[in-house]
Design a protein around this ligand. Structure first.
Ligand code: DGY
Length: 433
């Protein structure tokens, strides 16, 4: 790629973040997602860090401003009204100010903060301490509310909490969700995006049934733990939380917050023990588990390789996962597909059932680097670079044709470009520096 083309894309990525900036928080993309989303914001902070560190820290602060009294950081903060999105604040009915959804999302924040800190030092000390305390409370909430029996695996109560909404992993556990009382509602996503690229109506009915379930139980943690029809250990969320505890301990140590560091280490050790239960010897990788039925998912997803990002240490398992990754990359032009390209449910343009996502690539590549698999990590980065160059800053990409799918001018794709995929990005190793 020529220097001119690189600087054109770098400039375009910065412009996307600025366009999607609503003053302290960034929308994932205009139209389709008009509010502040949890893991989008955290990852977008990495993009700002490439040109405005102050703005990067601010993105994280506004996200943490939505934190609930019980410690949960919600998946959406509705800072302003927007009738173009469904389900809005009225459907969630969480009675908060600012209004928020009633569920969370993968807690990638501590890992992002570690990178900001390692690159450019802390924001002023009072601010860092406040952020670390908020994250400690959020992680503790995961342990208490989502793993009340201390098994070392945290549950999600809605596929939206995984951030990987329509993965085939959820098909079986979601088949138990009763949709007979859902009633009628008006979807908004398919007014912005071609319906063939969005979750199916039966998926959506179940998403709404789970929202109605949470609302009718007042979003009470104990009631959700005891009765939520969907109670699943997502391999992605568990890997991301495990890594986040490690990075929280690192940050807290540097900030002199030794009690937080100690709690993070203990929680992290428990998560490492629990994670082992997600190993599928049959598939040769880690998968999600329906905790209500003790049943492992039947296929690998891109999230399976987040085990390396989480800190997998078993050389035999790492070798097996590396071999499988190479097999996955063979039939597609561009890695990493979000779902097994050899599986009958693989669909190269349907959201989380096949397309490539720059953010997953970024996290998986970090894990590959950590495991010493630097050639594979570079392959994933180069593929991400090629996809963005060919298609633009789309929400996700077709791994076979390289065409873009979902929303355009997408903030986290722009952020991943600036942080990592661009040949000019400052990528000294993995996310830790
Ligand atoms: C949506 O609305 O599609 C989101 O993924 C939910 O967070």
């Amino acid at each position: 790629m020529s220097i001119t083309e690189i600087s054109r894309l770098d400039a375009q990525a910065r412009a996307i973040l600025k366009e999607n900036d609503r003053g302290g928080y960034t929308v994932p993309t205009k139209g389709l997602y008009p509010f502040q989303w949890n893991w989008d914001s955290a990852l977008v902070a990495l993009g700002y860090a490439a040109f405005d560190t102050g703005r990067a820290w601010r993105e994280i602060e506004t996200l943490l401003e939505g934190q609930w009294g019980n410690g949960m950081v919600p998946h959406i903060i509705f800072w302003r009204d927007d009738a173009g999105y469904f389900p809005g604040p009225g459907e969630w009915d969480t009675r908060r100010s600012p209004p928020t959804s009633g569920i969370t999302q993968p807690p990638v924040v501590a890992t992002v903060m570690r990178r900001l800190f390692a690159r450019s030092g802390p924001p002023d000390p009072g601010r860092l301490d406040a952020m670390l305390k908020a994250i400690d409370r959020w992680h503790q909430w995961f342990a208490d509310a989502r793993d009340p029996n201390g098994t070392g695996l945290v549950a999600i109560v809605h596929p939206w909490e995984s951030g990987r909404d329509n993965l085939p992993d959820w098909d079986h556990p979601m088949s138990y969700v009763d949709i007979s009382k859902v009633g009628t509602y008006q979807r908004r996503d398919t007014q912005h995006i071609d319906a063939g690229q969005r979750p199916a109506k039966t998926d959506y009915d179940r998403y709404m049934a789970l929202v109605q379930f949470g609302r009718s139980h007042g979003w009470d943690d104990k009631k959700l733990a005891d009765h939520s029809p969907f109670w699943v250990a997502d391999v992605g969320t568990n890997a991301i939380l495990r890594r986040a505890e490690h990075d929280l301990a690192w940050l807290a140590e540097r900030a002199g917050e030794t009690a937080i560091a100690e709690r993070a280490r203990l929680r992290g050790a428990n998560l490492a023990r629990g994670f082992d239960g997600l190993w599928s010897e049959k598939l040769g990788g880690y998968v999600s588990m329906d905790l209500r039925r003790g049943r492992l998912a039947e296929a690998l997803t891109a999230g399976s390789w987040l085990a390396l990002y989480a800190g997998e240490g078993d050389p035999a398992r790492i070798a097996r996962m590396a071999g499988l990754l190479e097999q996955w990359l063979e039939p597609v032009g561009f890695g990493l597909p979000s779902f097994d390209p050899g599986h009958p449910l693989f669909d190269p343009i349907l959201y989380w059932r096949g397309p490539v996502w720059a953010i997953i690539n970024r996290l998986v590549a970090d894990g590959l680097t950590r495991a010493g698999l630097t050639k594979l990590a570079e392959r994933i980065r180069a593929d991400t670079e090629a996809l963005i160059r060919k298609a633009g800053f789309y929400e996700y990409f077709n791994p076979v044709t390289a065409e873009g799918g979902g929303g355009d001018s997408f903030s986290w794709t722009a952020a991943m470009w600036l942080d990592w995929a661009s040949p000019t990005a400052d990528k000294i190793g993995g996310l830790e520096v």
